[in-house]
Design a protein. Structure first.
Length: 122
């Protein structure tokens, strides 16, 4: 996956919002609430339209408007829309897990760790 500046900025902004609301957040996507995971999925999809064909039903006309409607409302737990949001989250989870962890490091100014064997002679 190519990480664009727009994507990184969007995820960084979302992680910044989440860390300001949750003092105990340490960058693990799996620890987030459904509200926060939906927020991150929506931000990811807004920044990465190339993924729309992967996650949206083929019959959708106007995918940008559809995404806005899908994520703009509080949906009943048993609704088709809520089910679709859960499936999108499952699909994007592995990608967002890495993006969110890296973003957390940038937002919290945590220096990246050097890979083992990075220096000569290790």
């Amino acid at each position: 996956m190519i990480e664009t500046n727009e994507l990184l900025e969007s995820i960084d902004n979302a992680v910044n919002v989440i860390t300001s609301r949750r003092n105990n957040f340490e960058g693990d996507f799996a620890d987030l609430s459904e509200i926060d995971t939906d927020y991150l999925c929506y931000e990811f999809l807004k920044a990465m339209p190339s993924w729309w064909d992967d996650v949206l039903p083929a019959s959708i006309m106007g995918p940008e408007d559809f995404l806005h409607e899908l994520y703009a409302e509080d949906l009943p737990p048993d609704s088709i829309g809520q089910g679709l949001r859960r499936e999108i989250c499952r699909y994007l989870g592995p990608t967002l897990d890495e993006l969110v962890l890296n973003s957390y490091g940038r937002v919290m100014n945590i220096p990246p760790e050097e890979p083992q064997g990075w220096r000569a002679g290790q």
